[in-house]
Design a protein around this ligand. Sequence first.
Ligand SMILES: C[S@@+](CC[C@H](N)C(=O)[O-])C[C@H]1O[C@@H](n2cnc3c(N)ncnc32)[C@H](O)[C@@H]1O
Length: 290
Amino acid sequence: MSTDLSSLSSLLFVSADPSFPTSISRAQAFADKYQLPYFLDQQGDLAKRTFSKKKNSKSENKTALAPYILYYQGGSVSILQTEKAAPGPVSASFLGGKTEHRRQFGGGKGQLVAKAVGLNQGVVPDVLDASAGLGRDAFVLASLGCKLTLLERSPVIAELLACALEEARGTDIDDIVARMHLINADSSQWLANQTEPVADVIYLDPMYPHREKSSLVKKEMRLFQVLVGEDLDDALLLAAALKKARYRVVVKRPRKGVAIEGQAPNHQLMGKSCRYDIYSIKSLAGLKGG
Ligand SMILES: C[S@@+](CC[C@H](N)C(=O)[O-])C[C@H]1O[C@@H](n2cnc3c(N)ncnc32)[C@H](O)[C@@H]1O
């Protein structure tokens, strides 16, 4: 379930680097809106100091009041994990790093997620990602030409995503992020309020209860588990999605994880660490030339 932010006020503080006035106002606005503690990071560059080996313990103790800090710096925002030996900052940034590498060398339409939504069948479906998270999967699909609506119910995760989309505007991936439209809402409720089908494909990747282990996923998933909680209402989400998708609903699951409760998938695509359950509504062939 999504965690109410008022219950996060001892876990998550909001802060900003003072070198960037826009960061300060945005950080304060977020803290005010969700009643989270805010402090100005007088020294600046808290991310670097938090993870530097040579820490000034006195000053760091003052700022490390919460295990998580939503930190605004320039055009970007990230979550810093302050506890001892914590992994590095988590952001949704689409610029550089692994995202860029995957975009250039990740296998294009041959990627399993692309096949799952039907991109290998000569169609480019509009996709609603109803559990957007950090937008990784959505970005892959948008970079392959799909128009994406991203729904994310956690205000903190939605904020990371909103900043990442803004940060990417005007860069060489501007055309990709222009295809991505973010809404901060609960998808089950949002879908129930729609009177017509909302997308060719609805894509779901809710948190899976025991999704841990893998080292890379670990740092982000650990953070999700604390800040977002488990998505115990995934059956409701699937049922809502099946009513509002035109062609199919696709659900990402751990390779050996059970399917979401309710209607059984029509078929499954197996990957090395994950699986895509496909719920067909009608053939994607209907999208060709249309
Ligand atoms: C495992 S993460 C998704 C990761 C994402 N596929 C990516 O590539 O970054 C699950 C996310 O779905 C969101 N979520 C789960 N159920 C939701 C719902 N009913 N409405 C909106 N967001 C939901 C959670 O808040 C969480 O951020």
